[in-house]
Design a protein around this ligand. Structure first.
Ligand SMILES: Cc1cc2nc3c(=O)[nH]c(=O)nc-3n(C[C@H](O)[C@H](O)[C@H](O)COP(=O)(O)OP(=O)(O)OC[C@H]3O[C@@H](n4cnc5c(N)ncnc54)[C@H](O)[C@@H]3O)c2cc1C
Length: 409
């Protein structure tokens, strides 16, 4: 017998960006729920720590003061005004947003913050009136008893949670996915990655550009340097797992080589200091379309395989899915129905925002390595690409700062 039994309508497993967002918006809708996480916050998560405009969009829905005042005032958040691409033939292409004087949206295109800080920043916002946040609660076993879930978790003592709806936001190693028999890695739609924190990487751009390098001869992969607070940087490398397996590429060797010997990158690291050993983690890409709903459950974030396949960004897509999940949960509660039919349009709402990126990824995966190299070297530095960036950047900011996130049931 578990030492405690808790009953709740809605259980969120995982308090990363996806689960935290679901909790924050359930609370905003006035809906009590339990949110459980195996970790005790603050906790690390292997990531690039880049927060894109989707993150900004969700935060503004929560409270515009977060992006207007809290992020700029918090030293752990670094504003980044654009991206620097290094092509395989060594050319540099900068895409920098310089807000025109008097512009209504003088905001950066990205923020960076260590996930150790960002996830705790979100968790601190949980509304205790509605969110019963259980930390250090690892869900070990899930079973269905009629319409009710029985979830067994280990804490200092055992806990049983009974719920009508589970929002599975427990990341790439999701226990809910395992219970459903769906935790399978599809290498074509999955990337292996490494992260290593550094201090003192040379030549970080004064506008804190997010840097992406496409190393020669290594298709469907990139090396990145994302500037952080206190002179630190998040440095990483990722490659699509199918490409890595076919080419017998060893990520750790490539990563070390890029830092020690690559003519473009190595000089940046000569006087820099690594702050940890490289740490690995996987990225489930949205091009692997996963069914993210069923009787009594919704999946969100990495558990739903929602990482943007062309950029590797999954915080923003995860947060948007948490937002959508909260609204579907609200509707289910109102209708007093938690069956799959109730959630049948959930996937459509998740994927309609990712279609163009999925198409582009599938196109990139269909190219031969030579065509891929040629395309990258041609497109990234091309003046037309930069012109298109300047034309579109205002629209991206407007969407992030002004356009409501629409959820259609
Ligand atoms: C190297 C690397 C670089 C990346 N760079 C970026 C980037 O710069 N920008 C970006 O947007 N995305 C990036 N991503 C992707 C991003 O990290 C993920 O998409 C994002 O963390 C997904 O959020 P989530 O809330 O779905 O899951 P997670 O952040 O993984 O959170 C899941 C939570 O569930 C909890 N949990 C797991 N199992 C259990 C259990 N059994 N019981 C209870 N709790 C449990 C965990 O403790 C965790 O807190 C990167 C990923 C990697 C690996």
């Amino acid at each position: 017998m578990p030492s405690e039994i808790v009953k709740t309508d809605i259980l969120i497993i995982g308090a990363g960006p996806a689960g935290a967002t679901a909790s924050l918006f359930l609370a905003k809708l006035g809906i009590p729920h339990l949110i459980a996480d195996a970790a005790i916050f603050p906790r690390d998560k292997v990531c690039g720590d880049g927060l894109d405009l989707k993150v900004v969009r969700v935060l503004r829905h929560l409270d515009p003061a977060i992006t207007e005042h809290e992020l700029p005032a918090n030293q752990m958040f670094t504003p980044c005004w654009g991206t620097r691409f290094f092509t395989q033939n060594g050319r540099i292409a900068d895409f920098i947003y310089n807000p025109p004087p008097g512009t209504a949206l003088p905001h950066p295109l990205f923020w960076t913050a260590k996930r150790f800080c960002f996830d705790a920043f979100l968790a601190k916002k949980f509304d205790k009136r509605y969110a019963d946040f259980r930390q250090g609660v690892k869900v070990e076993h899930i079973q269905k008893d009629g319409n009710e879930w029985r979830v067994l978790a280990t804490t200092p003592s055992d806990l049983e949670i009974r719920a009508s709806l589970i929002i599975g936001a427990d990341g790439d190693h999701s226990v809910l996915l395992r219970h459903l028999g769906e935790r399978k890695i599809d290498r074509r739609h999955y990337a292996g990655t490494l992260r290593q924190y550094w201090r003192g990487v040379a030549d970080i751009h004064p506008k804190n550009l997010i840097e992406v390098y496409f190393p020669p001869g290594l298709p469907m992969s990139y090396f990145y340097i994302f500037p952080l607070a206190n002179g630190e940087a998040n440095v990483g490398y990722g490659m699509v797992s199918e490409v890595a397996a076919k080419g017998r590429h060893k990520l750790r060797d490539i990563f070390e080589r890029l830092i020690r010997e690559d003519p473009v990158m190595a000089p940046r690291f000569q006087r820099a200091e690594s702050l940890e050993e490289p740490v690995g983690w996987g990225i489930p890409l949205a091009s692997r379309r996963r069914r993210a709903f069923g009787d009594g459950y919704l999946l969100a974030g990495d558990a739903a395989s929602l990482v943007c396949p062309t950029s590797g960004e999954g915080i923003g897509t995860g947060m948007i899915s948490g937002y959508i999940a909260a609204h579907f949960a609200q509707k289910a509660l109102l209708d007093k129905r938690f069956d799959a039919e109730q959630f049948k349009n959930y996937d459509r709402e998740l994927y309609r925002r990712l279609q163009s990126e999925i198409r582009l990824y599938n196109l990139m995966m269909s190219l031969s390595p030579r065509v891929y190299d040629f395309g990258l070297n041609l497109i990234a530095p091309h003046p037309l690409f930069r012109w298109s960036f300047r034309q579109r950047v205002g629209g991206w900011l407007k969407t992030a700062y002004e356009t409501p996130i629409e959820v259609r049931f």
